[in-house]
Design a protein around this ligand. Structure first.
Ligand SMILES: O=C(O)CCC(=O)C(=O)O
Ligand SMILES: [Fe+2]
Length: 312
């Protein structure tokens, strides 16, 4: 029997290609080792003061997320018809993969926030849309607050983020990582940096997220009562390399599925990203230009180049 989504069927040539090769372990997925290090995690402690996001909302989000991924593969792949998401919001695997190492063993709904405001989400499942809306509203003000604080730390009291990162330009991604029969050979998500200002991530108790620190991959301790904050490429450019966009990836496991929810703080495509300090490492660019370049590189080269393309 195939997995859901049908990785074996769709990527049969990749499996056949590697079937008789010796396998190298590419990932150290031991979440108990001493290399464990926490990223910037904002722990939500409900008993003390005001939590950033209530634990109840995070639990509701997980339940709704499980329900939507539990739909049949046919329904998910026609999410516009059956689930009332915009066309193209359901993504799985890596259509451009030429070997198993390039295949992402995951499925995701990539949802622009403008699609989930209750007025335009009339056809969406009510519980799902209202939970996503609550989650997005709460997390988006947290993201803006954090961005302003990080800017202030560089001496820039700024409304830049508030003015340019509108709800209509940000998005949510619901991720599911099914159990994988060959976890040492296949990533859940390939190593990457996020192309935004910052990402707020919630992961369940399973674990699998790793990041590069001092040139080594380390596991991020799973804590469902915490939010993880990732700096993205745009903040690196804006801060002139003071804040670094973190390389991260997700490793798979044999036994259990994993869920995560990501909120991406993005500006409008017209927004010009310019370093807040001189001399600037990167030339000015618009977010639209950055996105186009990333898409072009992924298409032509199989992976994103990112900021190095924009060095002065
Ligand atoms: O699932 C995770 O922990 C990471 C997700 C992620 O990096 C992304 O969606 O960009
Ligand atoms: Fe990411």
């Amino acid at each position: 029997m195939d997995s859901d989504p049908p990785f074996h069927k769709a990527y049969k040539t990749l499996f056949d290609k590697t079937a008789d090769k010796a396998t190298a372990t590419i990932i150290n997925n031991n979440t108990n080792n001493k290399d464990h290090e926490e990223m910037l995690q904002l722990v939500i402690v409900e008993e003390c003061c005001e939590p950033w996001v209530s634990g109840g909302l995070l639990q509701k989000m997980k339940i709704e997320q499980e329900k939507v991924f539990n739909q049949s593969f046919d329904k998910k792949s026609q999410a516009d018809k059956y689930l009332n998401f915009s066309a193209g919001s359901y993504r799985w695997g890596t259509p451009s993969a030429t070997c198993l190492r390039q295949l992402a063993w995951s499925e995701a709904f990539h949802i622009p926030l403008k699609d989930i405001s209750t007025s335009s989400a009339a056809g969406l499942d009510y519980n799902l849309s209202s939970t996503m809306e609550q989650f997005a509203t709460t997390v988006s003000s947290l993201a803006l607050n954090l961005a302003e604080i990080l800017a202030e730390k560089l001496g820039h009291k700024s409304t830049f983020f508030q003015a340019n990162c509108l709800p209509s330009t940000c998005y949510l991604r619901l991720n599911r990582y099914p159990p994988c029969p060959i976890p040492s050979e296949v990533f859940g998500l390939m190593p990457h940096t996020d192309s935004d200002f910052l990402t707020i991530l919630h992961q369940d108790q399973v674990g699998g997220l790793q990041l590069v620190k001092d040139g080594r991959w380390i596991a991020v301790k799973p804590n469902p009562a915490a939010l993880i904050i990732n700096i993205g490429d745009l903040f690196q450019a804006w801060s002139n390399n003071v804040y670094k966009s973190v390389q991260h990836r997700v490793v798979t496991n044999l036994a259990v599925e994993r869920f995560s929810t990501a909120y991406f703080l993005c500006p409008s495509y017209e927004t010009v990203i310019q370093s807040c300090r001189e001399p600037s490492v990167y030339r000015r660019f618009s977010f639209g230009e950055y996105r186009r370049q990333v898409q072009e590189d992924v298409k032509m080269l199989g992976s994103k180049i990112g900021l190095p393309r924009f060095v002065v």
